[in-house]
Design a binder for this molecule. Structure first.
Ligand SMILES: N[C@@H](CCC(=O)N[C@@H](CS)C(=O)NCC(=O)O)C(=O)O
Length: 203
């Protein structure tokens, strides 16, 4: 298998953390690729040009982090990262959806800030700020109630990756403010070796 990724990508990071947690990391060749680049080494493998992209041993190419998670769960015999049989009452899928929705919104906001000033939409930024703040408030309550605890499943990985990425690469958003429980939750998960080994660069 071969994983194409960018060090700054929170989506690729959740797959990289999963590979480490599943003990599959050593079996996967890695290549760091450029994004939004017509010369990117990724494009011959994935015309969509996004990471994570996983090339399987038979040449099949998977893109989309959730689909890669589905595949990785067929490659180990432990508890699934993403249960698909209702064994956890679908709760992991529900929590995973919230974490992925949070990162999707912040990623849109972040991309907006990378545009030249005259191309930025204040309305879009305001919308994504509201979405992110509302989701974090819900997560604060959920985590205070015991959600996102226990074994390191897909939902915990996705939320931890999202918060870490936001702190390091979308610093305009002070997500910790008003969210002490989530803040402590993040500080704890951030110590996990698979998280420290995949910390995104700040620029
Ligand atoms: N829904 C996708 C999102 C992946 C994604 O947007 N990755 C970004 C990096 S964080 C990317 O490759 N962007 C390149 C581009 O948009 O051209 C997933 O879950 O894998």
């Amino acid at each position: 298998m071969k994983l194409f990724y960018a060090e700054g990508s929170p989506y690729a990071r959740i797959v990289r953390i999963a590979l480490l947690e599943l003990g599959l990391d050593d079996k996967v060749e890695k290549e760091i690729v450029t994004l939004r680049d017509p010369e990117s080494a990724l494009l011959p493998y994935n015309p969509v040009g996004r990471v994570p992209t996983l090339q399987l041993d038979d040449g099949t190419v998977l893109t989309e982090s959730l689909l890669i998670f589905f595949y990785l769960d067929t490659r180990h015999s432990g508890q699934p990262l993403l249960p698909r049989d209702g064994s956890d009452g679908w709760i992991t899928l529900s929590r995973m959806g919230t974490a992925m929705g949070l990162i999707d919104g912040i990623a849109v906001w972040n991309r907006e800030l990378r545009r030249p000033m005259h191309e930025r939409s204040p309305g879009m930024q305001a919308l994504e700020l509201t979405r992110a703040a509302r989701t974090l408030d819900a997560l604060e309550t959920a985590v205070a109630g015991g959600a996102y605890t226990g074994r390191l499943d897909a939902a915990r990985i996705a939320l931890g990756s999202t918060l870490g990425w936001t702190e390091r690469r979308h610093r305009t958003f002070k997500w910790r403010e008003g969210h002490p429980v989530l803040s402590a939750w993040y500080d704890d998960i951030a110590q996990t070796p698979s998280f420290t080994a995949t910390l995104p660069p700040t620029v």
